[in-house]
Write a protein of this length. Sequence first.
Length: 115
Amino acid sequence: QVQLVESGGGLVQAGGSLRLSCAASGRTFSSYAMGWFRQAPGKQREWVAHIGRSGGTNYADSVKGRFTISRDTARNTVYLQMNSLKPEDTAVYYCNSFPINDGNWGQGTQVTVSS
């Protein structure tokens, strides 16, 4: 099992940027593909992006071209660079292994985009 701590959220105006971090500890971080997920108020948690062990990436259509996922294996950290933010990006953002391990969910980090 991996312990995950998300950070970097905040309040930003539409069109702005934020960089989220997910610090991992526990079992070997580099063994896992990792993903970012988000849950908006009143909605189910949804997949945003994931990055494979070798660095291959995939994105939800709603964020493609605006968000970039990356990982620093030496720091056991996964990042989500979010540019051109929209009000509909407002949500709590979580990281997890990919596929998901329900035992890994952390507290998440709140992202609020004002119009």
